[in-house]
Design a protein around this ligand. Structure first.
Ligand code: PEP
Ligand code: MG
Length: 576
């Protein structure tokens, strides 16, 4: 037996025989050509075949995964049709006498390298889209078959270096019991599609393709990111699978339930989303609204600053999906690790402490106003909350609110309608704001604590740096103190207080967060897949006991002591 640890990308437990997908081997000769027209004709035919094959895959994806996921293949078709790519290939053939395959290979590789070199995880992942289309182009040019995934007709765990989006779309859930790959992360298309199809997946295992042989038994735990090859104890895996399936059914009971403690204290459990389509199935996940819509993805996916109509459509889409719940849209939070393809940030030694988020939008007022007006216009389609990120001084907050008022006045003059009941709030993610939260609370309707950044700035620990990740401590009493100050400050002015950082969905923090500052958080916002588990936990706790637990936690000195406290508390209630 051999155990490996990777990135748990799609939850679920399963085991089956390994089915290794060998990447296609293209022998690309560097031969110079004589017949230019013939090579160009071959490229054109390959583009045609590629597009028609992608159309077929798109239709399969539409049936299996729905419209949103199928649209990935529109993007692939666009790449295949891209006139700029085609003309670069033709130029290499005409001017440098490259053959069609080597010209295609070079142009696509350059494009994929450009994406790979970007800092942002989202753009890095797009490199695999380009390679996916390149492989299809080359397979058509060189007459080499791509792996035939559709022909799988017995239970398997797929083992691959990487799974392209088109390969993932072709997986048949009836036989594919899971997949494991050498590379890839939680935001790759393969991971996103696996979650939609509910196929367990563990990615980023480095060299699993070198370790596993075809037909060996592979067992995977897609939540914990664990893979076992030739497991000793299949019975144990069988039990784990049964427990997982049972829990999945049990969690479904919480879909329509409120998150109310045993002593009748109710909080909201909301979803964090990044794209409009993320709001499609929120009711299925049991979400009480959207606690954080990260609007920056709209900007990151565009090829230029998105205009008012483009943004309006996105916000309206989400608001209409949640007619009875608050949808909190965070204004542009760009900079730090989040870059834009059409805007060059000036070099800064510490971009996380630099020109980002509200600092940028208060400086680029036109861009800020476009977003605020799009939000105002969309506001009449639901219950909107507008949230400002990275506020560190009262002046910034007042300036942002002043610009919002200006936008309202301008829309009124233009006779454009908007809701009169828009909530305005701010993220608490910088210690300077947490420390005087009572003063900020006078000017807002709500706070949302962004612990991902608040931890980074409280401990001076870069959230992206694996070498110092041991210092990134959600349950450290100093962070709990900052959260308590925020809750107390909010309550002094009757302002609601939520949390939208990852800590809000952490079972080891939720009991404390329910009790901090006596009243605790009013809302917990998290990735949709964590909602039901959080609801179940809250429904099985007593608010009174959480208040006592939070008080005890604040008396302690280290994160480890707090973790032990919570762990013993949950064990005593048989909740872990
Ligand atoms: C946070 O900082 O906790 C947060 C929710 O924002 P982001 O992770 O997008 O910085
Ligand atoms: Mg943040």
């Amino acid at each position: 037996m051999k155990q490996l640890k990777g990135i748990g990308a799609s939850s679920g437990i399963n085991y089956a025989k390994a089915f290794i997908i060998e990447p296609p081997i293209f022998q690309i000769l560097e031969d110079k050509i004589k017949d230019i027209d013939f090579e160009i004709k071959k490229v054109n035919e390959s583009i045609k075949s590629t597009i028609s094959q992608l159309e077929v895959i798109k239709n399969i994806a539409f049936e299996r995964l729905g419209e949103d996921k199928a649209s990935i293949f529109d993007a692939h078709i666009q790449i295949a049709q891209d006139p700029e790519i085609k003309s670069q290939i033709e130029e290499l053939i005409k001017i440098e006498n490259y053959n069609s395959a080597s010209a295609t290979n070079l142009v696509f590789n350059n494009m994929s390298e450009m994406f790979s070199s970007m800092d942002d995880a989202y753009f890095k992942e797009r490199a695999s889209d380009v390679i996916d289309v390149k492989n299809r182009m080359l397979s058509n040019l060189l007459n080499i078959k791509l792996p035939d995934i559709m022909s799988i007709n017995s239970d398997v765990i797929i083992v691959a270096h990487d799974l392209s989006p088109s390969e993932t779309a072709m997986l048949n859930k009836k036989f594919v019991k899971g997949f494991v790959t050498n590379i890839g992360g939680r935001t790759s298309h393969a991971a996103i599609m696996a979650r939609t199809m509910e196929i367990p997946a563990v990615l980023g295992l480095n060299n699993i393709t070198d370790i596993v042989k075809n037909d060996q038994i592979v067992a995977i735990d897609g939540s914990a990111g664990i893979v076992e090859i030739n497991p000793n104890n299949i019975k144990e895996w069988e039990d784990r699978k049964r427990i997982f399936e049972k829990e999945k059914i049990e969690l479904k009971k919480y879909v329509d339930k409120k998150a109310t403690t045993l002593d009748n204290h109710t909080v909201l459990v909301e979803a964090n989303i990044g794209k409009p389509s993320d709001s499609d199935n929120l009711n299925q996940y049991g979400a009480d609204g959207v606690g954080l819509y990260r609007s920056e993805f709209l900007y990151m996916e565009a090829s230029n600053w998105p205009d008012i109509d483009n943004q309006f459509n996105a916000y309206k889409y989400v608001l209409e999906k949640q007619p009875n719940n608050l949808v909190i849209v965070r204004t542009l939070d760009i900079g730090g690790d989040k870059k834009l393809p059409y805007y060059t940030f000036e070099h800064e030694d510490n971009p996380f402490l630099g020109y980002r988020a509200i600092r940028l939008t208060l400086d680029k007022v036109d861009i800020f106003k476009t977003q605020l007006k799009a939000l105002l216009k969309a506001s009449k389609y639901g219950k909107l909350g507008i949230m400002f990120p990275m506020i560190c001084t009262i002046d910034e907050l007042l300036k942002a609110k002043e610009i919002l008022e200006k936008c309202k006045n301008e829309l009124e003059t233009e006779k454009i309608e908007f809701s009169k009941d828009i909530k305005v709030g701010m993220m608490i993610e910088i210690p300077s704001a947490a420390l005087i939260a009572d003063k900020f609370a006078k000017y807002v309707d709500f706070f949302s604590i962004g612990t991902n950044d608040l931890i980074q700035y409280t401990f001076a620990v870069d959230r992206m740096s694996p070498k110092i990740s041991h210092l990134y401590q959600p349950n450290n009493p100093s962070l709990l103190k900052a959260i308590e100050l925020t809750i107390l400050g909010a309550k002094k002015h009757n302002v609601s207080v939520a949390m939208c950082g990852e800590m809000a969905g952490d079972i080891m923090s939720i009991p404390i967060l329910l009790g901090l500052g006596e009243k605790g958080l009013d809302a917990f916002s998290m990735s949709s897949s964590s909602i039901l588990r959080a609801k179940k936990l809250i429904c099985n706790l007593k608010h009174k006991e959480c208040i006592e637990l939070a008080k005890k936690a604040l008396e302690l000195e280290t994160a480890q002591q707090v973790n032990d406290l919570v762990s013993n508390f949950l064990k005593s209630k048989k909740l872990i």
